[in-house]
Design a protein. Structure first.
Length: 197
């Protein structure tokens, strides 16, 4: 029974989606059919919640302030109506659900941003074509090399250098402390004694 369900889900699933995390600022392009016309509406905001990202029912909740009013929309990532999800900014968060962002406005609603490879994350290859753009190839190679752990023997010269630099720092700190204690002693000697008179 489970294999039948997984086969049906695989037919509905998109071949690849953008790796979205909570705290990302995203731009979601959603196709809207009105009557006989179809248009694409763009919704840009902060991802305050992610759910079931590894399944067919993967959902993100995006929040933005429109005309002073908070607006939240929930997008199923594998829906055919969601044409594109683009990560604009990535922020540091330690939670999966940023419910506290609802009470914050203005500068209090800011999150600290993190540097990331925007082109590499937002690139989704077309499954029908095998030709990749050059910048996408470079981004994929860079991501693969940074993901692989480097297995090298520790260099003894580097460890000696760090030990030497620690010794130099210790000596400088000791000389500064000695100079301070000498200055304090000299200041005590120079002060006149008013109690003798």
């Amino acid at each position: 029974m489970q294999s039948i369900i997984s086969k049906v889900e695989d037919k509905q699933r998109k071949h690849q989606i953008v790796p979205v995390r909570t705290g990302d600022t995203v731009r979601v392009s959603q196709r809207i059919d009105e009557g006989g016309k179809s248009r694409v509406q763009v919704f840009e905001g902060l991802v305050i919640r992610t759910r079931r990202l590894n399944s067919l029912s993967a959902v993100i909740t995006v929040r933005r302030i429109a005309s002073g009013i908070g607006v939240e929309k929930t997008f199923p990532l594998h829906s055919p109506l969601v044409e594109k999800v683009e990560v604009i900014k990535r922020s540091n968060t330690r939670r999966k659900y940023l419910s506290f962002m609802r009470e914050r406005t203005g500068k209090r609603a800011r999150l600290s941003s993190v540097a990331f490879d925007r082109a590499g994350i937002n690139y989704i290859p077309d499954p029908t074509s095998e030709d990749l753009p050059e910048d996408a190839k470079e981004a994929i190679e860079a991501a693969e090399t940074s993901a692989e752990p480097e297995e090298t023997a520790p260099n003894t010269d580097d460890s000696k250098k760090t030990d030497d630099s620690k010794d130099v720092d210790k000596q400088q700190d000791d000389s500064k402390n000695e100079a301070k204690s000498e200055d304090k002693a000299a200041d005590k000697d120079e002060q006149p004694d008013d109690t003798k008179e």
